[in-house]
Design a protein around this ligand. Structure first.
Ligand SMILES: NC(=O)c1ccc[n+]([C@@H]2O[C@H](COP(=O)([O-])OP(=O)(O)OC[C@H]3O[C@@H](n4cnc5c(N)ncnc54)[C@H](O)[C@@H]3O)[C@@H](O)[C@H]2O)c1
Length: 256
């Protein structure tokens, strides 16, 4: 096992979770900002480049970095036969399409999930079930103020899945609708507006509000701690060697 972004908030939490799992062994940590420093309680020293993964014989690499770095790391994994579990968010559609073709063509597999919290994965599924029964829907995503991308990958995927469940094309990147007040958010998918809140103290929170005549259905998931993502990350690490190609989202891993 290796971790890209091992010195970051998520990467450090993944290192600790892997160390605590008797079925897994952490052998490489890559993070240019921490190169040469001991990161891991077991004394693993961080490296600056992906080649450290190959030297350590890594079979599965986890990536929690930033979109541009993660795209380069994914290319390296696909080219070097290392399975990838990607949690980084903020990829363009073009980069996602490139990753899909690279992993489908090569020997290595990839599981990419914009949200590894199993409760959030269930929220997306429940939203899909509710979507055909409510004419109006709004998504509010709330995160800590250091989150770089907005709207969140989870909000965008939820919007796309709601649009698909309503029989509309999922749509592209979030955009402002002409003639619509900015306070009404951006369109994450046709007919699904997304609102982003960035506030110190928050971790990751998603709310989907469905409305129809005389009733409102609210679905909400709160990640209160980064530990919430770890069962999903560990599941993906263990399943990725057997999941051929490029898998997006944890749903198939959970069988939902
Ligand atoms: N999928 C999920 O469930 C989930 C949950 C939380 C966060 N995230 C996403 O994970 C990403 C990281 O979040 P964070 O809060 O840990 O960020 P962070 O800024 O704390 O950590 C990112 C780390 O990546 C390192 N890095 C940058 N370039 C690198 C490279 N080329 N190779 C290796 N490491 C590199 C940085 O030095 C930094 O230490 C973000 O995109 C965030 O949105 C996803």
């Amino acid at each position: 096992m290796g971790v890209f972004g091992a010195g970051g908030r998520m990467g450090a939490t993944v290192c600790a979770a892997v160390n605590a799992d008797p079925e897994l062994e952490l052998v490489a940590a890559v993070d240019p900002a921490y190169a040469g420093k001991e990161l891991d309680p077991a004394g693993l020293v961080a490296s600056s480049a992906p080649e450290a993964m190959a030297e350590a014989g890594v079979q599965v690499a986890v990536d929690f970095t930033l979109a541009s770095a993660a795209a380069a790391n994914a290319r390296w994994c696909a080219g070097n036969g290392v399975h990838a579990v990607i949690g980084t968010t903020g990829f363009s559609e073009a980069v996602l399409a490139e990753m899909k073709s690279l992993f489908e063509a090569g020997q290595a597999n990839c599981v990419l999930a914009p949200n590894f919290a199993i409760g959030a994965v269930l929220l997306m599924r429940f939203a899909e079930l509710a979507a055909p029964w409510f004419e109006t829907v709004e998504i509010v995503e709330l995160h800590h103020d250091a989150k770089l991308d907005a709207p969140s990958g989870t909000a965008m995927l939820t919007a796309a899945r709601i649009a698909s469940a309503r029989g509309r094309a999922p749509g592209g990147p979030a955009r402002a609708q002409s003639g619509v007040l900015p306070a009404r958010g951006v369109e994450g998918a046709p007919g699904v507006n997304v609102h982003s809140v960035r506030l110190r103290g928050l971790v990751a929170h998603h709310e989907v509000l469905f409305g129809t005549a005389g009733q409102v259905l609210t679905l909400r998931h709160d990640s209160l701690d980064r530990a919430s993502f770890m069962p999903g990350v560990l599941l993906a690490i263990k399943q990725v060697p057997a999941r051929r190609g490029f898998t997006v989202g944890l749903d198939p891993l959970l069988g939902i």
